[in-house]
Design a protein around this ligand. Structure first.
Ligand code: PEP
Ligand code: MG
Length: 890
């Protein structure tokens, strides 16, 4: 006969923690605790096999009844009580327990076994009629709801019996002038039980069963059926729990927390689940059953909080025992535990233990503490920490309690991390004006362009109605670790009225809003935020230390400002993998010079103008190289199309025409000429340096002179020059020649022999992948610009994907946004080809990745297997990339 029932009784259990599949999480842990001599109310578990059998055949398997009866007899003997008996009655709790915790998704029935006969016996035995009737009214309500109603209505069409009964409870409470349930008198409780029974009879035309065994089987069946309840199915769909697993049913002798002031119930964590602090933490309620804590009818009291209401103070002996138990459990499971307990007349019972849920900050603290306490190995703790946990440490967050009852007014793509609050402006100019007045700003735009950078920089957060996860706004914001939501289609901006409408809500200039950039949620008003203090965060710095030593490949950062570079360094960056120099041209004074460069009538004038930028660029590179000192800094030559530097608004065009002493029409016609239908595929990347070699020359000179200055001061700068968007070998050779020549000139001028600057290129075009063998013959390094490589491989514009991506995802045409997670089948394959070919002609070639995918855990896991030497990502992604790579070492 197959075994379906597993007892746990008197320090001996037939199951153990390893039998999670068969006994469910709760059952397996009850068995384990019994074997550990922890006071667990004795009982038995009916295995998940019975549930799967029941689901298939709609009846119980043969032999179950006998096994259950035998288990009951064992309990009766041990407890010296009788189930359904007229003296010393035994009562049961019947609870679900799946393999994976599904909190609150399935059913529970308590006090099973209370009949007319046993209620009288319980009164005699306890001399506490109030308690007996309180238990009975609880049983009738739960039974009516779970067994009679829910399990008998196939589609879970509720007829509302619980509400009906609760109404009766409320009415009687009023009638007897009682504030709390526990104030109800014996008389009132008897009346409630009678009214409950009458209502059940009226509603279902059946009697509440006055027989203990009938109640038990009804409850067992109802719990099994609740596996296929609507809530449970939905939860499994979200959590990806297979519907075939089934639940176990745990039947235990009832222990009562509602037996008077010497009884109680509570929930405890072995450590603080919000802070991770290694301090016993929990709440308890005197004279109550577990459901009272969950229902939140009464406010629970702390277990340990230096107050007179503490369990430690109120029941010191029980507290002492509970403290010992929690210690034992945590040491045994080597994991923070979440326990439920009941105290019956000063006797402690543990009803459940399981791995405690905790937030990201607590996860990291607990993991590191447990490593130091030698409870867990380094590999174990790294496996437990996830990128989301690190994200939580890095960013300000909205205080959870303030948004409990608050609905967001809109939603977009979660492009830049963290939360921010500020007053709305609709233009980058206005952002600067308001910022200078000391205001906190949120910039709302349809989309952003490099011209908006200054305004974006001063804003606390950016919200756009268009664009995808690698749109300009998303990329820039993420680089700065700035909160940003893009592609919020519900957002309609009216620039004339300086207002926007989102889901019928009007937002005007100056209105406060709050963004959760990690979730893509937009809230009205200024919500309170909690800020992180990273440098002081010992836990975080300890984690960074471990990660730095363990990762399989190096992590560099994408940074163009010393401040960002320093942030990345603090978080363990091994260098800069991408310095986008275009951001350096948008400063007010420099953009003027840049415009002169673009509009110069001849080469001589152009050269003159461009050389005006030299001192600025030199300072930029000096500061950046100094910050990174002996670490490599890959500086990319100018990449964006030139028209991005020209004004678009009439007022600015007029001003510029005046400055340049040309007519507005003339300027407009030049701008028109520069305008490209397809700028992403236009005059950008190395094409700029080829048509305007002065740009390449000036930038190379600035890099070299900055490096020389640092060398003289005893630093060890390691600049690397990267040529963007190369598609043919001729392009690379052309630019390399200019760079080499400039370096040689500078060496002669400065009488320096050793100025070792590596020259390489970005691989951003499919063609570059195929000719990587040719490129590698001339290049010291290559770095995959996976943003453009994704764009050019799919032929999807990275700025416009937002308009069709949702459809693609809904229709399962794409599994995910390829700009977020690297497309392994297409782009990934090209990367593999390029690496193979590059290494075939240059075994020493350094290979990096500096597109946004370099900070995405899923993409990193792929990239680390194809032979790259480093990934480069925005500063705040560095620890996340390190974590991902450390996990791969396990
Ligand atoms: C890329 O294309 O992946 C890249 C890093 O360059 P950018 O995003 O600046 O075009
Ligand atoms: Mg690119």
């Amino acid at each position: 006969m197959k075994k379906y029932v597993y007892s746990f009784i008197n320090g001996k259990a037939e199951g153990s923690a390893t039998m999670n599949k068969l006994l469910g999480g709760k059952g397996a842990n009850l068995a384990e605790m019994t074997n550990l001599s922890i006071p667990v109310p004795p009982g038995f578990t009916i295995s998940t096999d019975v549930c799967t059998y029941y689901m298939k055949h709609n009846k119980f398997p043969k032999g179950l009844k006998k096994q259950v009866e035998e288990a009951i007899q064992k309990l009766e003997k041990y407890m010296n009580k009788q189930f359904g008996g007229s003296n010393n009655p035994l009562l049961f709790s019947v609870r679900s327990g799946a393999r994976q915790s599904m909190p609150g998704m399935m059913e529970t029935v308590l006090n099973i076994g209370l009949t007319n006969k046993t209620t009288s016996a319980l009164i005699q035995q306890t001399n506490n009629p109030k308690f007996a009737y309180d238990s009975l009214r609880r049983l009738i309500m739960m039974y009516a709801d779970v067994v009679i109603e829910k399990s008998n209505y196939k589609k879970n069409k509720p007829t509302g019996i619980r509400l009906d009964l609760e109404k009766i409870l409320g009415q009687v409470k009023q009638q007897y002038n009682c504030k709390n349930d526990s104030d109800l008198t014996q008389e009132a409780l008897i009346e409630i039980c009678d009214l409950f029974n009458q209502t059940i009879k009226q509603k279902f035309n059946i009697e509440f069963p006055n027989n203990a065994l009938t109640q038990l089987w009804g409850a067992i069946e109802a719990v099994f059926k609740s596996w296929n309840g609507k809530r449970a199915i939905e939860y499994r769909n979200i959590e990806n729990i297979p519907h075939t697993w089934g639940t176990a049913v745990n039947i235990q002798c009832m222990v009562f927390g509602n037996m008077g002031k010497n009884s109680a119930t509570g929930v405890a964590f072995t450590r603080n689940p919000s802070t991770g602090e290694n301090k016993f933490f929990g709440e308890w309620l005197p004279n109550a059953q577990g459901e009272d804590v969950v229902a939140g009818i009464r406010t629970p009291q702390p277990i340990l909080n230096n107050s007179k209401k503490d369990l430690k103070y109120q029941m010191p002996l029980v507290y002492k025992e509970l403290y010992k138990v929690q210690n034992k459990l945590e040491k045994h499971y080597k994991e923070m535990q979440d326990l439920e307990f009941t105290i019956e007349n000063q006797k402690l019972w543990i009803l459940q233990t399981r791995k405690g849920k905790r937030n990201g900050i607590a996860t990291i603290k607990i993991a590191l503490d447990m490593y130091q306490e030698k409870l867990q190995s380094q590999s174990e703790i790294i496996n437990k920490i996830e990128p989301e946990h690190i994200n939580e440490i890095l960013l300000p967050t909205i205080n959870e309690t303030t948004i409990k009852n608050l609905q967001p007014i809109g939603m977009g793509l979660p492009a830049g991390p963290g939360c921010a609050t500020g007053q709305v402006v609709f233009s980058p100019e206005e952002a600067e004006i308001q910022y200078n007045k000391g205001k906190k700003i949120i910039l709302i735009r349809e989309e952003t362009s490099p011209e908006d950078v200054q305004g974006m920089f001063v804003s606390n957060a950016i919200l756009t109605s268009r664009g995808g996860m690698t749109s300009h706004a998303a990329l820039v914001a993420r680089g700065w670790g700035k909160c940003c939501i893009v592609g919020c289609n519900e957002l309609i901006i009216d620039n004339n009225k300086n207002q926007a409408i989102i889901n019928k809500q009007i937002i005007k200039t100056g209105d406060w809003i709050t963004l959760d950039g990690s979730k893509g949620l937009i809230y009205k008003d200024q919500l309170p935020l909690i800020k992180p203090a990273l440098k002081k965060n010992k836990v975080f710095n300890h984690l960074l230390n471990i990660l730095q030593k363990k990762r399989v490949l190096l992590v560099r950062t994408n940074a163009d400002q010393p401040k960002d570079a320093q942030t990345a360094l603090d978080m363990g960056a091994a260098g800069i993998g991408l310095c986008r120099t275009e951001h350096m041209f948008f400063d007010k004074n420099r953009i003027k010079i840049m415009r002169q460069v673009i509009l110069a009538p001849n080469t001589k004038k152009r050269r003159e103008s461009i050389m005006q930028l030299l001192p600025h660029q030199k300072t930029d590179f000096y500061k950046l190289l100094k910050t990174m000192d002996s670490k490599p800094v890959t500086i990319r030559l100018l990449d964006p199309p030139l028209h991005e530097f020209l004004p678009t608004q009439k007022k600015q065009i007029k001003e510029l025409a005046l400055e340049l002493s040309i007519s507005i029409q003339k300027l407009e016609s030049i701008i028109d000429n520069l305008h490209e239908l397809n700028p992403m595929l236009g005059h950008r990347g190395c094409r700029l340096g080829i048509t305007f070699p002065e740009i390449t020359e000036m930038q190379t000179r600035a890099i070299c002179e900055a490096a020389i200055k640092l060398l003289h001061k005893g630093f060890k700068p390691q600049p690397e020059i990267m040529i963007p968007l190369v598609g043919s070998i001729g392009e690379f050779i052309n630019q390399k020649k200019i760079i080499k020549k400039t370096i040689n000139n500078i060496k002669t001028e400065h009488k320096i022999r050793h100025l070792n600057i590596k020259i390489g290129t970005m691989i951003e075009l499919p063609r570059a992948c195929f000719i990587a063998d040719q490129i590698a013959q001339h290049a010291d390094f290559i770095s995959f610009g996976t943003n453009d490589l994704t764009q050019t491989t799919f032929g999807f514009s990275r700025d416009d994907i937002g308009s069709f991506l949702p459809n693609y995802l809904n229709q399962n045409i794409l599994d995910n946004d390829p700009f977020q997670h690297l497309d392994e089948a297409g782009v990934g394959e090209l990367i593999k080809i390029a690496i193979k070919r590059a290494q075939s002609t240059n075994q020493k070639i350094k290979i990096g990745v500096c597109g946004e995918h370099g900070g995405d855990p899923k993409s990193i896991r792929f990239l680390a297997t194809v032979g790259v030497d480093y990934v480069s990502c925005s500063p705040y992604r560095v620890p996340i990339a390190s974590l991902t790579l450390s996990k791969m070492m396990q």
